[in-house]
Design a protein around this ligand. Structure first.
Ligand code: ATP
Length: 298
């Protein structure tokens, strides 16, 4: 068994108006990894490469110990995929899909499928056409999970779901990891979802990785700092500190990696440190993206 379910090394893909570049991404076996990015950041492109729908132009992709695209067929048998635009047959029932997938995958777990049907309140006799958006996502999740894939990949699984359905989907994802050999990678524009269930978080912007770390160290390394600056006081320039709002008299700063010595340096210069706070994942995401854009400008 490999310790890494996913390894991307220098992966790139070029489209006429978009380039995915230098993607290095390691997802340890048995973790939930979240990809966060704005519209068009490149999340789906990474996911499509990962599940073999698209081939990388550059770099190495290794999934569950298989090199892609070379060993795609073997890898696909062990990857479950759920996306917003699930390719289910509208006029067929859920039972039909269950039978179809069971006939293809020897790993189908009927008892688990029944539990998931109950839990998601899905009826096998229902036609896909009659399912609501939330039910459709749950149906896709059930069909993917009951195959017991070693790697579950989800593209925006919670998009457009109401809070209850969202919670059920997130809970099901957490449950998947009761078996420590399983790994989940999912994308979302919603930092709350990612914060709730991910162990490892990767921020993507404009085809590049802005930051990738385990959740705890990410939340630990960033702080927002609010200062009061009397007239005439010049703030020292400190590495890792950037202004992201406020006024010249009451600037709001972000710091990464935060060091207590930063606050001391501002105080020594004559400013008052009014607050040093931990940041939410959303605030960290925005600050990280703004920094990256600033550093690549020009
Ligand atoms: P969203 O949250 O909106 O789904 P995303 O982060 O998943 O965005 P991608 O779907 O990976 O982003 O798209 C990234 C960029 O790649 C987009 O600008 C898109 O137009 C471009 N792109 C994706 N697939 C193709 C393709 N087959 N041909 C040309 N351009 C493409």
């Amino acid at each position: 068994m490999t310790d890494l379910a996913v390894r991307f090394e220098g992966v790139g893909k070029t489209y006429p108006f978009f380039t995915l570049e230098g993607i290095d991404l390691d997802v340890p076996t048995g973790t939930i990894a979240g990809l966060v990015g704005a519209n068009g950041a490149g999340k789906s492109t990474i996911i499509r490469i990962l599940i073999g729908l698209v081939q990388q132009d550059r770099g190495n992709v290794r999934v569950l110990g298989y090199d892609l695209p070379k060993h795609l067929v073997a890898a696909k048998g062990e990857i479950g995929f759920v996306s917003e635009d699930l390719r289910l047959y509208a006029s067929a029932t859920l039972a039909w899909h269950i039978n179809f997938i069971r006939s293809i995958f020897g790993t189908w777990d009927s008892a688990y499928a029944d539990r998931l049907l109950q839990r998601f309140d899905l009826k096998p006799a229902q036609k896909i056409r009659g399912l609501s958006r939330g039910q459709r996502i749950k149906a896709g999740l059930m069909l993917a999970l009951a195959r017991r894939p070693r790697l579950l990949v989800l593209d925006e699984p919670t998009a457009g779901l109401d809070p209850i359905a969202r919670r059920e989907v997130l809970a099901a994802l957490t449950d998947v990891l009761a078996d420590e050999d399983r790994t989940v990678l999912f994308s979302s524009q919603n930092t709350l979802d990612i914060e709730q269930i991910s162990d490892q978080i990767t921020f993507i912007d404009r085809g590049r990785i802005v930051e990738s770390a385990d959740k705890e160290s990410l939340l630990e390394s960033w702080r927002s700092i609010r200062l009061r600056v009397p007239p005439g006081v010049v703030l020292p320039t400190l590495p890792g500190v950037m202004r992201d709002g406020g006024t010249d008299r009451v600037p709001h700063l972000t710091a990464k990696p935060f060091e207590p010595a930063m606050a001391e340096a501002f105080q020594a210069a004559g400013a008052t440190v009014e607050a040093v706070k931990r940041m939410t994942l959303e605030e960290i995401f925005v600050a990280g993206v703004m920094r990256e854009r600033e550093s690549t400008r020009g």
